[in-house]
Write a protein that binds this ligand. Sequence first.
Ligand code: AMP
Length: 479
Amino acid sequence: MSFADLGLSDELLRAVTDAGYTEPTPIQQQSIPPVLMGKDLIGIAQTGTGKTAAFVLPMIDILGEGRTRALMPRSLILEPTRELAAQVAENFEKYGTHHKLSMALLIGGVQMGDQVKALEKGVDVLIATPGRLMDLFGRGKILLNGCSLLVIDEADRMLDMGFIPDIEEICTKLPKERQTLLFSATMPPVIKKLADKFLNDPKRVEVARPATTNTNITQFLIETSTMKKREVLRALIEAENVQTGIIFCNRKTTVRELNKSLQRHGIRSAEIHGDMDQPARIAELERFKRGDVNILVASDVAARGLDIKGVSHVYNFDAPWHPDDYVHRIGRTGRAGAKGTAYTLVTKEDAENIANIEKLTGHKINRVKLKGAPTASEDEHEEAPRGRKRKADEDKGAERPERSPRGKARKAEPERDEDRREEPFREPRGREEPYRETRRDEQPRRDRGSRRRDERDDGPDVGWNGPIPDFLNYTLAAE
Ligand code: AMP
């Protein structure tokens, strides 16, 4: 199937050709025709599948047809984070070159005055994060009566971040007669309910999760200890002379400290996390995209959905607490048919997290036990020297996990709150509890994963994508 078969205008086909795309991805093939016909749509797909173009392309043609003079937005796209909002805006610029649509970005962390001015002229496309949009409502600065097309993107991420009440409120401010598109990587009950309430007879399309089915990504678990993590990480980066790699950490403090440590060791690195303001984040990202630095150290929320070309390696400095985050993290590499490698540094404390990841993905990940890695008793010994001076710890890679006051099961919470803090005008609503319950209800998918794994249990203890490369044994055995 070609783009020309989907019913897009000639101008848009030109823009798509200019972008270098020859064939629509499955989500584009299935979504574009019904959206052009004015139907509501539920798209179950995650970043990396081409889902942004699946809604941006038909929207450009729909909005390009009629123009109202009303001084209010004609369409609204809701994104959970500023980075994703900015990325969607870039997509409109790329594909909309022949259409002259006006666009406004309404995100936290940038001056509100300019955003309001842009809105007062009336825009074809408004791209917003829920926090900033709600704030403008509160100030009476915005009307959505003329908004006949709504996109709710990354709905499950919105749920994670506690944005669903805002989204419901926003939906009630739009005209009832409208077209609504909802995209989500998963369909937990809360999202299903939201769709039932605000979408009208939607067409449902679903595509495979790219990272779990992406055989372009070779994955390894590197067994190490908390104390040796930094050393091991540097050895991995240097052994393959990595030019474009992303390192994920579970906490913002780890991001900052690891970046400093890498720089001290002569590795050209930058950082991105939720405590940075928007211009600082964009500046760091640009440095990485331009190749001024080779390594980007990132937290989950700040790097969510980022589409950076040519990332060859993803390193999980910390094994993620949520198995979904693993899938999202490694999905930053192996994009658009390229090969990628993902390393996850694991200590014995990560056993449960790794088991959950393998359950979710249905694959056992290659496990590399480095020669010279500490024995279990040595690793236990590391827990002891709490009083040691930080400087001495630093180059050995130690960073003691912060204990959440709510106990081990909730330790992922601080990072989950990250983007809520990024929306400066938003008050926490304390609604996470019921939502977390519903996330646990995603059991069927995980069960599928575990069944697949059980079936493999009598096979060899290596997974995915072939043998362990020699350099891992040689390079790291020498530490
Ligand atoms: P997304 O899922 O929207 O984050 O898109 C993932 C990547 O796929 C982006 O780099 C897009 O530019 C790229 N992309 C989108 N559509 C196509 C296509 N039809 N062919 C090749 N690449 C595409």
